[in-house]
Design a protein around this ligand. Structure first.
Ligand code: SF4
Length: 226
């Protein structure tokens, strides 16, 4: 309704004029998400209201890095610092992750992409709920389709269980090469856990060595085929 029409109505004693609040945009369907490019996906995630976590987040945390990376690292969900900054793995856990990457010759942003299963922080860093994971997973699935990494490394139990669809301990998943939709996947500990549990750093180092050997194997197979 135009301003002039409102004015006439008010003068005729027919105001105030009540407007219907526009309905919130419907979250996209998984099918819509599958056809999005990276920029569209990031914009949709930034405005996503598909689960309750949108009510408590400061900002969404889409992911960071080289969108053509061979390496994809996947964690659980943003924490307080990630929620404030909009980037995954910042703060002490982020520093440790950067050092873990460095130990196998990698650097954040260079042939490496880092993302989480959930794009919004669960309040108080509680565990993500199944409903939240179900709503958010299509975004990560699309990110993986777009990046097409050669190798995925999951950080922590939650990411491993979610991508592998198995409710088992991280100890039983470590030391093996799994697959997510045909992409080799290796499981290691979450850097935040390693900050609290120093004795497991040696095991994380073993996992990183396995990841590096696996990537070297994949690259040498590729060069043989070429
Ligand atoms: Fe949307 Fe994922 Fe955030 Fe839930 S956690 S509001 S599904 S982006």
């Amino acid at each position: 309704m135009t301003g002039r029409r409102e004015l006439y109505l008010q003068e005729m004693g027919l105001g105030p004029v009540w407007r219907l609040k526009p309905a919130a945009a419907e979250p996209p369907s998984p099918l819509d998400i599958q056809s999005m490019d990276s920029a569209e996906l990031e914009a949709v995630v930034a405005n996503c209201t598909a689960c309750v976590l949108h009510k408590t987040r400061t900002r969404t945390v889409f992911g960071v890095g080289d969108e053509n990376a061979d390496w994809l690292f996947v964690g659980e969900a943003p924490g307080a610092e990630e929620d404030a900054q909009g980037e995954p793995f910042v703060g002490q856990a982020g520093k440790l992750l950067d050092n873990m990457l460095k130990s196998i010759g990698l650097k954040r942003g260079e042939n490496v992409y880092i993302a989480n299963v959930l794009k919004c922080r669960p309040p108080g860093n509680r565990d993500p709920l199944p409903e939240e994971v179900a709503r958010c997973m299509p975004y990560l699935e699309r990110q993986i389709d777009l990046i097409r990494p050669k190798l995925i490394v999951t950080l922590g139990k939650f990411a491993a269980q979610t991508l592998l669809g198995r409710d088992v301990t991280i100890a039983s998943l470590r030391g093996k090469i799994h697959a997510y939709r045909g992409i080799p996947l290796i499981v290691t500990y979450h850097p935040a856990y390693l900050l609290r549990t120093l004795q497991d750093k040696a095991k994380a180092w073993e996992d990183l060595c396995l990841a590096r050997e696996t990537m070297q194997g994949l690259s040498s197979v590729e060069s043989t085929i070429i």
